[in-house]
Design a protein around this ligand. Sequence first.
Ligand SMILES: *Cc1c(COP(=O)(O)O)cnc(C)c1O
Length: 381
Amino acid sequence: MRESQLLLIPGPTPVPPSVLRAHSRPMINHRGPEFASLQQELVDGLKGVFCTSGDVLILTCSGTGAMETAVVNVLSPGDLVLGMVIGAFGDRFAKIAEVYGARVERMEVEWGKAADPSRVAERLRRDKNKEIKAVVCTHNESSTGVTNPLKEIAQAVREHGALLLVDAVSSLGAIELRTDDWGVDIVASASQKALMNPPGLGLVSVSQRAWEASKKAKMPRFYFDIQQAKSFQEKGQTPWTPALPQMYGLQEALSQFKEVGLEAMWKRHARVAEAARKGVAAMGLKLFADPAYASNTVTAIHNPDGKDSAPLRKLLREKYGLVLAGGQAKLSDKIFRIGHMGFVGETEVLSALACLGMGLKELGFEADTQAALAAAHETLR
Ligand SMILES: *Cc1c(COP(=O)(O)O)cnc(C)c1O
């Protein structure tokens, strides 16, 4: 394996050297004063990134663990849940609720498109007896490269009164998300996407409504119990041994967020994503996502000539050290994806376009690399 690759998949994402260095600091007592101040600093920084003045809990798990935390702490078996499914991660969120005994009504849309807030509002208005206890929704669907209109969906949910649980694993820190202003009850995220860290930490914000619901929620939980997490956080600890190196890394990444500013981060992602999309289109490839809802962290592209993208991705990896993702689930042989979030910027996207163009040519496809670079450059200028 090469010592360094250009890792442009939708997570894990490349990590800044300063974050990697932070990981090598010595261990500390996780029940001692140094840990208490570390955790406090992280929680304060994360509140800024989540745009919340409410609670933020740091868990040791992947993003799916954070999604499971959202579900099991506020719901009971038998509860009716509306699951917005626009791709593989929306399907996963719905499955977690089902596994724990919720009755999940799936609102599906064709993959590549976003959920329609007016359809959500209409369904919730028909729920006269307030049977729907929660709506689970992906903010940025990494499997299709589509961002849901979360602000509008949240508005519909707030009018109804159900809880809104959001998977923001591939959007938090990169795409506008205003937890308190929009009224999102639990935002679930993770360290290895736009937060520029290795995998290992799950993160959740918890609203006052969610805390109230957690007192009555009957789904089984032990490791992911948020009441436990909160009572330990109040004394400067975590219930279980935390992933200390990951927390050192997060401390470093959050200081970069503070330096650059959250809105500047959102803008940078929008600019880099636009360069990726324009470049790919100018090259002659077809974008997969509905352009009105195209993601600023993942670009999904139809496979050239409808062929499997595996040989192309193999060549890019072996020859150029460029790692791209294939499709997931029913899109596995239909699309491939470029991840551009966190530490990934303009240089990486320009390099990826150049390598992609060369790789396509080598495999005998049409690809206009010059036009791709010119289009991306025009956007970034
Ligand atoms: C990466 C990702 C997840 C979490 O996956 P894990 O492998 O559990 O970290 C969840 N949702 C979305 C939208 C993602 O992109």
